[in-house]
Write a protein that binds this ligand. Sequence first.
Ligand SMILES: *Cc1c(COP(=O)(O)O)cnc(C)c1O
Length: 362
Amino acid sequence: MDIERLARPEIVAMKPYVSARNSAAADGILLNANEAPGVHVADPRWRELSLHRYPQPQPALLRSRLAELYAVSEDNVLVTRGSDEGIDLLTRVFCRAGQDAVVECSPCFGMYRIAANIQGARVIDVPRQAENEFRIDFEKLERTIREQVGVRLVFLTSPNNPTGDLIGRNQLESVLRAAEGRALVVLDEAYIEFADENSAAELVGRWPHLVVLRTLSKAWAAAGIRCGAVIANPVVIGLLLRVIAPYPLSAITIDAALRAISADSKANQRAFVDSVRRRRADLYRFMSAFDWVTEAWQGEANFILVRVADAAGLVGWCAGHGIRIRDFSAQKQLEGCVRISMGSPAEMAELKSALLAYGEQL
Ligand SMILES: *Cc1c(COP(=O)(O)O)cnc(C)c1O
């Protein structure tokens, strides 16, 4: 399939910006980027990280470590400022304003719609089935992809935020078949490390129109550094490179990302993921026992979703105890729903006593 045919023609025709760092080696005497020759700050870290220099546009070592981590080749990886940037780049490259459309399955992550709105792309919603564990209506989704004109991106999330459900391999491949020659399928795997399912990243070799989004923000405990990856066919990566900022990642981020996924932190990461899964099961059991909790979804991510009689009341009560939980009750199909992230054992203990006290005063 010719992926370039799906991209905006003006992006395909455009000559990409050539920066100092991607047009020449970064060694020797560097007089080609209008930088300062040395740092002004006494902190030795500034010199170690060469913070007076522009960083590598796509840092080679980090790209290769991420490729290793996600078991794909380096040319399948674009390092980004979190997956939010991946969503934005894809929408800008593949959707013509006023003509093209993205498909989402609500309730889902809000950034797909925001990126589409900013770009002037239509949003076609194929709502999830609340009565069926919020599963996607795959028949309807595939029909929409085949029949609606102008669909360029299909956003899928596995596990989904905020419902926590997974997309199976067969379902994904069936959506990929429906989208072949028509649209890219963007599988957002922000929470996949917490799930009982392997990443679909390895499938990008087989499906040129599959894009997988990964991030260091959740299971790698590094939301503050802003680092994620788009995993896709090299043609897609090449198109996104035309639109991405010349130096998207700061040298500080690049250094921190390498530390976050280093061999040393991998053992911590595995233990963390296991503990989150245990806390999730525990909180799910704990909350399901309350009669004021009408429904609960354990999900496969680092949060649970519950439906309660009075969401605003519960969120307010928790806030009164210094605990912030997320109110989703204003969203379609999520009336009365709140999402609770897994914190530390001490934080979960505080949450539980606040919940017990809430029940008692009802
Ligand atoms: C948290 C989240 C992200 C954001 O990831 P960043 O890498 O921090 O930008 C992406 N997708 C979903 C579904 C999320 O919940």
